[in-house]
Design a protein around this ligand. Structure first.
Ligand SMILES: C[S@@+](CC[C@H](N)C(=O)[O-])C[C@H]1O[C@@H](n2cnc3c(N)ncnc32)[C@H](O)[C@@H]1O
Length: 275
């Protein structure tokens, strides 16, 4: 038995990894009653949070995901970045990247990406839409990258097959070892009385890739603990993800101030492209 099966209930171990992934995405979904009673419309990704900050990036150690993309990227090669956000996943590949095509389902993210690419002097194209629905609007690239996107993707195999079909040399995924919002579990319990499930997303994704026979490889890195300043923006960001009103912000701020700096395990998964 693989180590990752250890904590999986037996009825789930009988499922294929792709089915198990789908089930895990469903189990992680916020109960409808909480969404319906939320004081604000459902949150979506905030461009400011995902803006490309080259000066901060330069202070960080180079992550395996970037090394693995760079080693497969020819000089002035092309990059496809699915779920590009503000470009943090691909703009670090410049100047080796000659062209970056960013795909995102949010127009505001694509605007942020294009502004950052222009500032960095990198040729960029933007494709608005949901992957893999828009895959046929995208030319094959030398390397496809996809960082911190698949956590909520139900049809994971289709998503991965479309990425593989649009990459000539390599596909590189970056994920958190645990779901990136796992650290908010104590707040879910305190504010909603809800026990959120464990999601070891990198293990779950790796199992899917192995079952697809793609020849995926993996490298983990533990990033230094990050002390985040508890700004009003951070408190509001967390509050929206907890579907509560502004009246709960003092409790949220207190929790964020009291928690120990978070160690983050980040995982790169990569495999050959098929374009
Ligand atoms: C957490 S952000 C990560 C952004 C960027 N990759 C990074 O690492 O900073 C996830 C981004 O993926 C986009 N996204 C999520 N699912 C998507 C899908 N199926 N197709 C296209 N974009 C998607 C979101 O709009 C958001 O901009």
């Amino acid at each position: 038995m693989r180590a990752m099966d250890a904590g999986v209930p037996s009825e789930q171990s009988a499922l294929r990894p792709g089915q198990r992934w789908r089930q895990a995405v469903r189990d992680w979904a916020v109960p409808q009653a909480i969404v319906e009673n939320a004081p604000e419309p459902e949150w979506s990704f905030e461009p400011e949070m995902f803006r490309w900050r080259p000066e901060e990036d330069a202070k960080q150690p180079v992550r395996p995901s970037r090394r693995r993309a760079l080693e497969a990227l020819p000089e002035r090669g092309s990059v496809l970045d699915v779920g590009v956000g503000g470009g943090a996943s691909s703009l670090g590949l410049a100047p080796k990247a000659g062209l970056i095509t960013g795909v995102d389902s949010l127009e505001t993210m694509l605007e942020s990406f294009q502004a950052a690419a222009a500032a960095a002097g990198v040729e960029a194209r933007a494709v608005l839409g949901t992957w893999p629905d828009v895959a046929d609007q995208v030319d094959p690239a030398d390397v496809a990258v996809c960082h911190h996107v698949i956590y909520g993707v139900t049809e994971i195999e289709e998503f991965i097959l479309a990425l593989t079909a649009r990459a000539r040399h390599r596909v590189v995924l970056e994920l958190s070892a645990d779901h990136p919002l796992s650290g908010l579990k104590p707040l879910w319990k305190a504010l909603h009385g809800l026990d959120r499930p464990d999601r070891r997303v990198a293990d779950e994704a790796e199992a899917v890739l192995v079952s697809m026979g793609l020849g995926a490889e993996r490298e983990d890195v533990v990033l230094p603990p990050r002390t985040q300043e508890v700004t009003p923006e951070l408190v509001a960001f967390v509050r929206r993800r907890l579907y509560v009103g502004q009246d709960r912000e003092p409790e949220i701020a207190e929790f964020l101030r009291a928690r120990a700096p978070q160690e983050r395990r980040v995982v790169a998964l990569w495999w050959p492209g098929a374009a």
